[in-house]
Ligand binder design. Structure first.
Ligand code: HEM
Length: 235
């Protein structure tokens, strides 16, 4: 049993089939998402400015930068090899994830999310997502401070799932666009704004709900695997 755990713990990064694909997906997402906002030119923004909210663009750019910090640091935090080999760096990067990523990125996401120009359905999704992202992360920090490391890991896996849900959101946006575009003249009566709001709403909700469900499934699975191993040891 101990030997199996030791063997699992010592597994190289290339023997964990998700490490390299996850890193690749994060790099591709950031390479596509960030450049328009680094120009600081509002004309390059993919999000139109809501009426009567002149600070929106500046808050959006700050949100994108803090979100990127969260995404990169969280990739390292979840990597078992990095956690074990560099525990001090894990602690420092954990603080950067929380205080330089999730907290500012989530508060800004809350502010711009509540007035999203993409309609009421995505606004509700944005606000709930931001609150859960902040809440899960703060719960993870509290557990770490109390040295309750099993619970710390569980909350941080949920926080990680929500950080990465922005990527699955883009995947659902493509599926929703391909499915709904042919229905523009029928379901949406030719109204493009309605269609865009439907696509944004669907991809927003599906993005984080499915990722969070996957994280819960994974946590449940690893927990029941551990309990079965304990039962086998007892018997
Ligand atoms: C998990 C909590 C998050 C929330 C609640 C959130 C919320 C938002 C909101 C409200 C917008 C403006 C679009 C709209 O009005 O609907 C936005 C845009 C954006 N967010 Fe986030 N966000 C989150 C996480 C992240 C993360 C982790 C990143 C990583 C880089 C990120 C990157 C972006 C980018 C690049 C945009 C601009 C839209 C685009 O160019 O496609 N967000 N976000």
């Amino acid at each position: 049993m101990a030997a199996t755990e030791a063997a699992l713990a010592g597994r190289r990064w290339w023997r964990r089939p998700w490490v390299a694909p996850l890193a690749l997906v994060v790099v591709v997402f950031l390479a596509f998402s960030i450049p328009p906002y680094l120009t600081l030119d509002p004309a390059q923004s993919r999000v139109p400015q809501p009426q009567g909210f002149p600070a929106h663009y500046r808050l959006l750019v700050a949100h994108v930068l803090f979100g990127s910090i969260a995404m990169v640091t969280c990739g390292f935090q979840i990597w078992p090899w990095f956690r074990r080999r560099h525990p001090a760096a894990h602690r420092i990067m954990g603080r950067v994830y929380v205080f330089g990523g999730v907290l500012p990125g989530g508060l800004l996401g809350l502010a711009i999310g509540a007035v999203s120009p993409f309609g009421p359905v995505i606004r509700v999704s944005n606000v709930l997502l931001a609150l859960l992202w902040l809440g899960f992360t703060i719960a993870g920090v509290r557990m770490a401070r109390q040295r309750r490391l099993v619970e710390h890991r569980r909350w941080m896996i949920r926080s990680f799932a929500l950080t990465m849900s922005i990527i699955t959101n883009r995947f659902w946006a493509v599926i929703a666009t391909v499915s709904l575009l042919p229905q523009l003249p029928t379901t949406f009566g030719g109204n493009e704004t309605l269609m865009v709001q439907a696509i944004a709403g669907l991809s927003g909700w599906l993005g984080w709900v499915t990722t969070l469900l996957a994280a819960e499934w994974w946590l449940e699975r690893s927990l029941s695997a551990k309990s079965s191993a304990q039962v086998r040891v007892i018997l």
